[in-house]
Design a protein around this ligand. Structure first.
Ligand SMILES: CC(C)(COP(=O)(O)OP(=O)(O)OC[C@H]1O[C@@H](n2cnc3c(N)ncnc32)[C@H](O)[C@@H]1OP(=O)(O)O)[C@@H](O)C(=O)NCCC(=O)NCCS
Length: 202
């Protein structure tokens, strides 16, 4: 397919996929790109290497291995319905996935439900905020109105991150153990241009 026949969201998505721009974090250079079909084993390794706590915070269940169906969803991306971004680093000459953020559009509402996880050893270096900002840019360019997600109330790190990114944090109808978070998406081309540049962390 030629670039000109793509929608603006697809072009932006291809841009992210092809950029593989470098994000400088404390440990090493980390790049962000869209997940590809052959990323299944690397995603599986990310999930199986998570601490129990991180796995529970991400999946609300101590899942150890992703099903083939889940892996297939994470490795096929369509900006109008679902997108997965990966953060990866080179370790011992090979690519290691150190973070993953995705959204799935709920058909009824047209809103995107996000989820994110960063490998334990790579947390608190700005990887999650960069992944989410990229996800927001792709979702807003795809014309999606809002991004939302449920977060465990005890997951204060994630709630703090979301607060910084302008997400609301409300009571959840399922109970006090959950928080309902969301953010309206608008198109701010200048902001996305800034975010997608992924300038080195100060
Ligand atoms: C929550 C999570 C995604 C954050 O990833 P991260 O890469 O460490 O986040 P960042 O480094 O981008 O943090 C950005 C901001 O979030 C906040 N934050 C992140 N983790 C935090 C923690 N454990 N405690 C306090 N604040 C935290 C900080 O305010 C930070 O701002 P700073 O740069 O001023 O310190 C990561 O801890 C994780 O994968 N947890 C397990 C899965 C999960 O909770 N997913 C969310 C539900 S879908």
């Amino acid at each position: 397919m030629s670039q000109t026949s793509l929608s603006s969201a697809e072009r932006l998505f291809v841009g992210v996929a092809e950029q593989e721009v470098e994000v400088v974090v404390i440990k090493a250079a980390v790049s962000i790109r869209a997940a590809r079909q052959n990323d299944g084993p690397a995603i599986q390794a990310l999930v199986s290497g998570l601490s129990l706590k991180s796995r529970y915070y991400r999946f609300f269940f101590p899942i150890h291995t992703l099903s083939d169906e889940m892996l297939a969803r994470f490795t096929h991306a369509y900006p109008e319905s679902e997108v997965t971004l990966l953060a990866y680093a080179e370790q011992d000459g090979r690519e290691v996935v150190v973070g993953m953020a995705n959204y799935v559009v709920e058909a009824k509402s047209g809103k995107a439900e996000y989820a994110i996880v960063v490998a334990d050893a790579w947390q608190k270096q700005g990887i999650a905020s960069r992944l989410i900002k990229n996800l927001i840019c792709i979702a807003s360019t795809a014309g999606l109105e809002a991004m939302y997600g449920d977060v465990l109330a005890e997951n204060t790190g994630m709630l703090r991150l979301l607060n910084k990114l302008g997400f609301s944090n409300d009571a959840h109808s399922d109970g006090a153990y959950l928080r309902s978070t969301s953010k309206s998406l608008e198109i701010y081309p200048w902001k996305c241009a800034e975010w997608l540049k992924l300038a080195p962390a100060a």
